[in-house]
Unconditional design. Structure first.
Length: 247
């Protein structure tokens, strides 16, 4: 999966621009608009709160979260898996170097572990959860169980929510019938959810909004197939103008 090309700066919050100026130099797949969505959520975390990020890679999203929320602690969970896409332990060194460069290394507690192995022993309340780890159905299903540590009203963001088969199937299986996890909206494929209050559980209208995203998901999966087959003109016909996957 090639890294997408850099995008022009979005107007907005000057501190965000500074943080994203650092993040955009870091390899990864988070777009500027998605970084802004994470930034806005992290800003809402209460003093002394905890942000957990599952899947950190070289630290692109970690830098955004840590810069946005000096009032909170950030735990970054990544086993630094090997292979051409993620790069193994060399990626851990890049992650640490990127956080040092951004002067945020002291603010981030790196747990080098699979999210599925860490979760069973986890006990701390979480204020904001960002899921961008392994994108298969089983891991995503387990990662959704981290939401048990979030209070009512807290937010969860999931990357590739509507551009990866495993992630979307996990959402359909576990979030669609859930009374506790309400789908709010998405920035590209970064979806935002909220822990619903027991007094106001997820409604049929909330569920319908997930189903309404499925045509967009199918379009993205179709584009990924066209890109793998190098049928770029057909992808352009579907409105996708670069060679990176839709995120
Ligand atoms: C798409 S990348 C994350 C990108 C990152 N959030 C960013 O903004 O650049 C996915 C990451 O998940 C990690 N990963 C793979 N399996 C994992 C697991 N079981 N638990 C946590 N992270 C995992 C990979 O090592 C990889 O670094």
């Amino acid at each position: 999966m090639p890294t997408p090309p850099q995008q022009p700066a979005m107007p907005g919050h000057p501190e965000f621009q500074t943080a994203f100026g650092q993040a955009r130099e870091i390899g990864g797949w988070l777009t500027e608009a998605q970084a802004r969505a994470l930034w806005d959520e992290a800003r809402q975390v209460p003093d002394g709160g905890l942000i957990v990020e599952i899947g950190s890679h070289q630290g692109r999203s970690t830098v955004v979260l840590a810069a946005a929320a000096p009032q909170a602690k950030v735990v970054a969970v990544d086993p630094f898996v090997g292979g051409a896409m993620f790069g193994g332990l060399a990626t851990r060194e890049k992650f640490l170097a990127n956080l040092v460069r951004a002067e945020l290394v002291e603010r981030v507690d790196l747990r080098q572990a699979k999210s599925t192995e860490l979760r069973p022993s986890w006990t701390e309340p979480i204020s904001f959860l960002y899921i961008d780890g392994k994108h298969d159905y089983w891991t995503l299903s387990d990662d959704l169980r981290w939401t048990e540590f979030l209070p009512e009203g807290a937010r969860v963001c999931i990357h590739d929510a509507y551009s990866s088969i495993g992630v979307t199937l996990g959402l359909l299986r576990h979030v669609l019938p859930s009374r506790r996890l309400r789908y709010l909206d998405r920035t590209g494929s970064l979806a935002r959810f909220e822990i619903a209050a027991a007094a106001a559980p997820v409604s049929a209208a909330d569920r319908l909004r997930i189903l309404a995203e499925l045509p967009w998901w199918l379009r993205n999966v179709g584009i990924k197939v066209l890109l793998r087959l190098r049928l770029y003109p057909l992808a352009r016909l579907a409105g996708h103008h670069d060679r990176a996957d839709p995120y």
